[in-house]
Design a protein around this ligand. Structure first.
Ligand code: HDD
Length: 735
């Protein structure tokens, strides 16, 4: 029989556990890779305190007022067994603070991930733009937040969705925010419709489902009625909406912006971020498995890569177009945000490079509290009359008042400009600055006239004096906005065969999830106007008739630049799993690992259980890892089943097809990677894993040989991202 628990000490008896104060411990210094942005006051003066001094100070636990605390584990009570006293000021401050820890999540783009970086200009933009940060060789600190749009803050990373790509440049002339997406067109032409599209895509209001999905009635109801959305929808149904990682996404400023140079000449531009890592996506089944296996997949991937020193790099490019009176280029209305300009018509010129090299120190303080605003502009960059952009200029400041609790959000360290700020804004909730002087107005005589107004020569932001069209006030758009289908057609016809197949399945899947047949039929009508074959294929999948077009599909020239397939890309930072058994020779494992690392990729040793094999650390076990985590696989040794070690998996299933039995978790891993078009390497004496997984030894993208030699072939396959021809000319992913 177990001994009875010790009796609590009676009234007035000291509890020995309380008697021992804990030994003083200095706060942990921030890691070298995690320095915060320069800390300056909102008026630009250095605070004199390093960033970490804003957080934990001193060795002792204190109240918020700095009084040292005896304990934070026991409330003040009227006797050991008595009620808790209202008098306990520390208890109340602790619980009150906790009660208010959560802030409203972003109304869109709630789920996101951020990192610090640096942008280096190559100077090629200087001829079109006077911005100081675009002059040759200038280095500018940046902070980027990637996001999904539709889901809640706790939703999964790998849902089908547009991704946000928002960059803050802390320039010497003020903060410049490029608040873009990974898709170059937008759902709607006017900002006034933004609440409507967001209401339509968010979970339906009666049951609040589905989470982070567009595959439901209200979304398709909206986009089939507001047919201007069809181009963005086509991109959303493509592989672009299921990126493999944030590192492998393009970014687009979407709108056309107006740049002005030192000579006062203007041009119209579209911004592009081009990842050096290539533009790569997951296949559909992979996204679904990832959502369950690792909902934080994209966040983890970004931070793992930065920690491993595989810093992601993007080139910033511009398409430069003449600033003509009608603001069109090759017949494309540059003010219509549902249109993009094909690179074949206007090439992208690279003007600088951004490297993300630092994780946030504290996710809430930085990623959650960062705010972006398309109106954060610097001299040389101005907006256009794009009716979507114009409304954004209002929305982003307004939303922070609720989200960040008042008008002083620009004073938060992550949002502060790195140049002097002297703004005459005063007071308000959460005012951090101790403003001196008596004249937050100007002109004044009492503070010596400070602050002064700048001239163009002293760096003032001058709005481009663009003529405004005269005419009556109207709630209308120009006729060029009426073309809703031609760019969807252009996009669809530019895809490779495998991408086109994925697109068809995505439309069929999403519309198949709608309950209302009228909505499916209406969207099929839109597809008929985009591309008759696509419409017919989707209609067949839905078991519905394909309608005739109401507008004949446009006769467009495809843009090969839109396809993600057919090139080769660097393999640096790609992830390779090395499968070994519990008794594999550590020398062989180390040799395989060295070969993977030498090829610039990341190696993860995967074994039946954790610990070490000789001196080689086991990074993943068969229980903790999943195929979705890796880009490629090398079976160094075929692991036999170990039923005792796998209580969460039915070890009797799946391994007994033929040959030596194989751990079924490895057979599953290989089968999934095979279905997902991933390159698979197998040591010559481990081919029984292929048999167990039902994978033919001579299938495309399966390499058998000595592990070190196999690595080179895997790298070559990985450079093409996936083995798309594995299942014949048209790919068969398994959804
Ligand atoms: Fe927006 C957030 C991108 C149209 C209103 N938007 C937000 C973010 C990105 C974009 C990347 C996340 C910023 C962050 O990480 O904090 N939004 C776009 C793009 C658009 C666009 C590329 C079209 C080209 N947005 C748009 C319109 C409106 C908004 C038309 C309103 C009329 N967007 C917002 C917002 C958000 C936002 C509600 C939510 C949180 C925030 O701003 O700070 O104000």
């Amino acid at each position: 029989m177990a001994p009875p628990p010790p009796r609590p000490p009676g009234p007035g008896v000291e509890d020995p556990a309380l008697d021992e104060p804990t030994a003083p411990v200095a706060p942990p210094p921030p890691k070298a890779s995690q320095q915060g942005p320069a800390t300056v006051t909102p008026t630009g003066a250095p605070t004199g305190a390093p960033p970490e001094a804003m957080a934990q100070q001193g060795e002792y636990l204190t109240t918020a007022q700095g009084a040292r605390l005896r304990t934070t584990d026991h409330a003040l009570k009227a006797g050991r067994r008595g009620p808790v006293l209202l008098q306990d000021h520390h208890l109340r401050e602790k619980i009150t603070h906790f009660d208010h820890e959560r802030i409203p999540e972003r109304v869109v783009h709630a789920r996101g991930t951020g990192a610090h970086g640096v942008f280096v200009a190559n100077g090629r933009a200087a001829k079109i733009c006077r911005a100081a940060f675009l002059k040759k060789g200038v280095e500018t600190p940046t902070f980027v937040r990637f996001s999904t749009v539709q889901g809640f803050r706790g939703s999964s990373d790998t849902v089908r969705d547009t991704r946000g790509f928002a960059t803050k440049f802390y320039t010497s002339e003020g903060n410049y925010d490029l608040v873009g997406n990974n898709i170059p067109v937008f759902f709607i032409q006017e900002g006034i419709k933004f609440p409507d599209i967001v209401h339509a895509v968010k979970p339906e209001p009666d049951r609040e489902i589905p989470q982070a999905q567009s595959a439901h009635d209200t979304f398709w109801d909206f986009v089939s009625l507001h047919t201007e959305a069809q181009a963005h929808v086509a991109w959303s149904m493509s592989d672009r909406a299921v990126p493999l990682s944030y590192r492998m996404m393009e970014g687009f400023g979407v709108h056309t912006f107006r740049l002005i140079n030192d000579a006062g000449e203007t041009s119209l531009v579209k911004f592009h971020w081009e990842p050096r890592q290539g533009v790569h996506s997951q296949v559909w089944e992979e996204t679904q498995l990832t959502a369950g296996n690792d909902p934080d997949f994209h966040r983890r991937d970004l931070y793992d890569a930065i920690d491993a020193g595989a810093y992601p790099v993007w080139d910033l490019g511009v398409q430069v177009m003449p600033d003509t009176e009608d603001e069109t280029f090759e017949g494309i209305d540059l003010l219509d945000p549902t249109k993009f300009v094909p690179e074949e018509l206007c090439p992208v010129e690279i003007i600088g490079t951004m490297t993300l090299n630092r994780r946030p120190i504290n996710f809430f303080a930085e990623v959650e509290q960062v705010m972006f605003n398309p109106g954060n502009l610097v001299p040389g960059i101005d907006v256009t009359n794009d009716p979507l952009l114009q409304v954004r200029l209002f929305s982003y400041i307004d939303t922070q008042i609720t989200r960040l609790g008042g008008p002083n959000f620009n004073q938060l360290p992550i949002n502060r400009a790195h140049c002097p700020v002297n703004d005459m804004f005063r007071d308000g909730f959460h005012q951090h600055a101790v403003h001196g002087g008596v004249t937050p107005y100007r002109p004044n005589s009492l503070d010596g006239g400070n602050p002064a107004e700048a001239s163009e020569d002293s760096g003032a932001f001058i709005d481009v004096p663009q003529p405004v069209a005269s005419g009556a006030k109207v709630r209308e758009l120009s006729a060029s906005f009426d073309d809703h289908f031609s760019q969807a057609t252009l996009f669809v016809r530019s895809l490779s065969e495998v991408e086109r197949e994925h697109l068809t399945r995505a439309y069929t899947f999403e519309l198949g999830k709608c309950y209302e047949e009228a909505i499916r039929l209406r969207q099929l009508q839109c597809l008929a106007n985009i591309d008759a074959d696509l419409c017919a294929e989707v209609a067949r999948g839905l078991g519905l008739p394909a309608p005739e077009p109401t507008v004949p599909p446009a006769d467009v020239e495809p843009s090969p630049a839109l396809s993600q397939v057919g090139g080769t890309w660097p393999v640096a930072g790609r992830k390779v799993a090395l499968v070994v058994d519990a008794d594999t020779d550590p020398t062989a494992v180390q040799a395989a690992k060295d070969a993977v690392t030498a090829a610039g990729m990341m190696a993860f040793v995967m074994a039946p259980s954790g610990g070490k094999l000789g001196d080689v650390v086991v990074d993943r076990t068969f229980l903790t890892a999943a195929s979705i985590e890796f880009d490629s696989l090398l079976v160094v040794d075929a692991p036999a089943p170990a039923p005792d070690a796998v209580p969460l998996f039915d070890a009797k299933a799946g391994h007994a097809r033929a040959g030596r039995p194989v751990d079924p978790r490895v057979a599953k891993l290989v089968a999934e990677m095979f279905r997902h078009f991933k390159a698979i390497g197998v040591a010559s004496d481990a081919t029984n894993v292929l048999t167990a997984a039902g994978v033919p030894e001579d299938a495309p993208g399966v390499v058998v040989g000595e592990p070190a030699a196999v690595v080179g072939k895997l790298a070559a396959l990985l450079a093409e991202h996936r083995v798309w021809h594995r299942f014949g000319p048209v790919a068969e992913d398994s959804d």
